[in-house]
Design a protein around this ligand. Sequence first.
Ligand SMILES: [Zn+2]
Length: 225
Amino acid sequence: MAVKVLASGYNAPLAQNVLKEEKKTHPPMTDTKKPSRADVEAAVKTIIRWTGDDPTRDGLHETPARVTRAFEEFFKGYDEDPEAILQKTFEEIEGYDEMIVLRGIRFESHCEHHMAPIIGRAWVGYIPRGRVVGISKLARVVDAYAKRLQIQEKMTAQIANTIQNVLDPDGVAVVIKAEHHCMTTRGVHKHGTDMVTSRMLGAFRDNAMTRQEFLALVTDNQLRG
Ligand SMILES: [Zn+2]
């Protein structure tokens, strides 16, 4: 099943472009002072009042504090450095140079247009060049980007670019399949619709057989649920 990659599709100019692109999508968070917890709780209270409900009634009394804590969890990715997560690598791999794929990594994110949930799975593959990373680290990179305000296309590219930049492998492949609640629970209300995005770099982009092998692993995994 495994396909040996004879010609490396990787080259330095590509890495530089990827790096530039990555920097561009990471502007400094904000110049202004971060709002306090009390500011956020007040904002939630305003939203409750705006819906027409009474934020002082028993059931809603502690909701602003709870929502703030929930948001802290939803957006904890801003406190993580995805590149740092991949720093620790292992080099004693006996020359292993075949594809490594972590399949069906479940994630929860929020769309930057409606702050509505994006629930999905990610398939992440790479072909190591002399060193590998602990597989849980790939899942943590997915989470570090998912726990932010996102659009799926950008998140897919960010995950692939980060792995390419830090591990410098022969190639990286990322496929994401997700349901966007801004589309299923509001707006056009198309329940059961999901979106698929992918980003292929290096050997996965240049070698059709390598890409096919990866996509077959994704499809096989999906069919088995
Ligand atoms: Zn949306």
